[in-house]
Design a protein around this ligand. Structure first.
Ligand code: AVI
Length: 348
């Protein structure tokens, strides 16, 4: 039997997890208070997020899975054998399993994740399931990765996988900068398989982020519990309420934690005052039209090769190819206001 090759996880990142205090203080000091969404995903938050993915109201995960499953042969054909497959934010690699089954000839799989224990656990499991596959895990904040680890076999090309519509959690300019980085990392002839959540009616979007069982509310409030636990803050969790409206003008769901009364919160020997009804923004989840996203990707150095969607056009999976050998510098991304004001295009 040929055994999978599993390289011990390498570590790329000087900023892993240690920025919570400074980013929380900076975010809460702004006129519109903010806590960056990456801090929602500690161990407890990641578990709750997995629970969200199973909720009836939260359509993105199951819809993307269906699209991947229904079009797997064509997708595998476009990725091509002999490629190095790199997953940004691999988590438990649940979606990748299906892809890997249909990519028997790949040069290697590089899962990148900020959570070392989860990365190792899922890499070990995959190694058992895919004999012959070289797995080179990289523990890193995927936004910070500056180099893709090498595989023993020389790859014919590098293809990135960024599922789950996680690109929607970036503001459009940051999304374009991140896509540019992926284009540079993949190099010429590189590809990107990415999931995006489509613009659609509030009637579908808002329940997806305001579920009946309150799992999303617990997930959102978890960031305050984490600040209390890890930073010694004194947020009273019962004095904040989860809310996630769809901002139609901006084309994004906004997760808020709304103060239920005038109050003062202490953090790092500072006082943060809240008015009654004032809120902290914890996450944006941008929704795209197909032309809107293809335009953004084009400006970042990718051209659209093929896309797949579900029957109701709730979600899309796109295969993009690196267009420019030299993507524009990040200060030069014109016309990135494609998202606001675009009409909804999915069935409602
Ligand atoms: C991870 N990300 C794509 C999710 C989303 O839909 O924006 C995060 C999430 N937040 C609340 N529910 C799900």
């Amino acid at each position: 039997m040929i055994h999978a090759t599993l390289t011990p996880p390498s570590f790329d990142g000087t900023r892993l997890c240690d920025g919570f205090l400074s980013e929380a203080v900076a975010g809460l000091s702004q006129a519109q208070k903010v806590l960056p969404c990456k801090f929602l995903y500690d161990e407890e938050g990641s578990k709750l997020f997995n629970e969200i993915c199973e909720l009836e109201e939260y359509y993105p995960t199951r819809t993307e899975n269906e699209i991947l499953r229904d079009n797997i042969d064509e997708i595998a054909g476009l990725i091509g054998s002999g490629c190095r497959l790199v997953e940004f934010g691999s988590g438990d690699s649940a979606k990748t399993r299906h892809l890997l089954t249909h990519l028997p000839g790949i040069a290697g799989y590089i899962p990148i994740d900020i959570s070392g224990p989860q990365l190792l656990e899922s890499a070990v499991r995959l190694a058992g399931e895919f004999p012959g596959l070289e797995i080179v895990p990289l523990e890193a904040d995927y936004e910070e990765v500056s180099e893709i680890p090498h595989t023993i076999r020389r790859p014919q090309r590098t293809v990135a996988f960024f599922p789950g519509s996680t690109i929607g959690n970036f503001e459009p300019l940051a999304a374009a900068v991140f896509l540019q980085r992926i284009a540079l990392l993949c190099g010429s002839d590189g590809g990107l398989l990415i999931g995006i959540d489509r613009k659609k009616s509030k009637r579908i979007l808002e329940p997806a982020y305001n579920d009946r069982r309150g799992v999303t509310a617990k997930f959102n409030l978890g960031i305050l519990a984490r600040a209390n636990r890890e930073l010694g803050a004194d947020f009273d969790l019962s004095a904040f309420r989860h809310r996630a409206p769809y901002n139609e003008t901006r084309g994004r769901i906004e997760m808020h934690l709304v103060s239920q009364r005038a109050q003062i919160v202490h953090l790092d020997s500072r006082e943060f005052r809240f008015e009654d009804g004032e809120y902290i923004t914890t996450e944006y989840s941008y929704k795209y039209t197909l032309p809107g996203f293809a335009g953004l990707a084009l400006r970042a150095g990718f051209e659209l090769v093929r896309h797949w969607e579900d029957r109701d056009r709730l979600f899309s999976v796109l295969f993009l190819r690196v267009r420019d050998r030299k993507p524009r510098p990040s200060g030069d991304l014109p016309g990135l206001d494609a998202t606001p004001g675009e009409a909804s295009e999915s069935r409602q």
